[in-house]
Write a protein that binds this ligand. Structure first.
Ligand SMILES: [Zn+2]
Length: 104
């Protein structure tokens, strides 16, 4: 029997469980930067958000990233992350489509 384990993560904004590749990873790097990590491989404390602008906005409203990253995230930074997301959204969607079968 083939059981393929799909790693699930929770979106910190809307609390929905989703396959990891459907989510955007936001990472707090060891030098205290908070940024979007499309590769999913940067070191640091990570938090996941649905690949939807609405969840970035929701996260800002509820300060979800502050809690998830245990770090104060300024409102400007939330806006910055949201506009960064808009920039990488196409790349994210493409990666999502092409990476169907490479989970270890
Ligand atoms: Zn969400």
């Amino acid at each position: 029997m083939r059981t393929k384990k799909i790693p699930l993560r929770k979106c910190v904004a809307c609390q929905e469980m989703m396959p990891k590749k459907e989510l955007i990873r936001v990472v707090r790097t060891p030098d205290e930067q908070v940024l979007i990590d499309l590769s999913g491989k940067k070191s640091g404390r990570g938090a996941y958000l649905c690949g939807k602008l609405s969840c970035f906005k929701l996260a800002k409203k509820s300060k979800a990233l502050d809690r998830a990253l245990k770090h104060t995230v300024s409102l400007e930074l939330y806006d910055q992350l949201a506009s960064d997301f808009v920039k990488v959204e196409d790349e994210f969607l493409l990666a999502k489509e092409s990476e169907n079968d490479d989970e270890e």
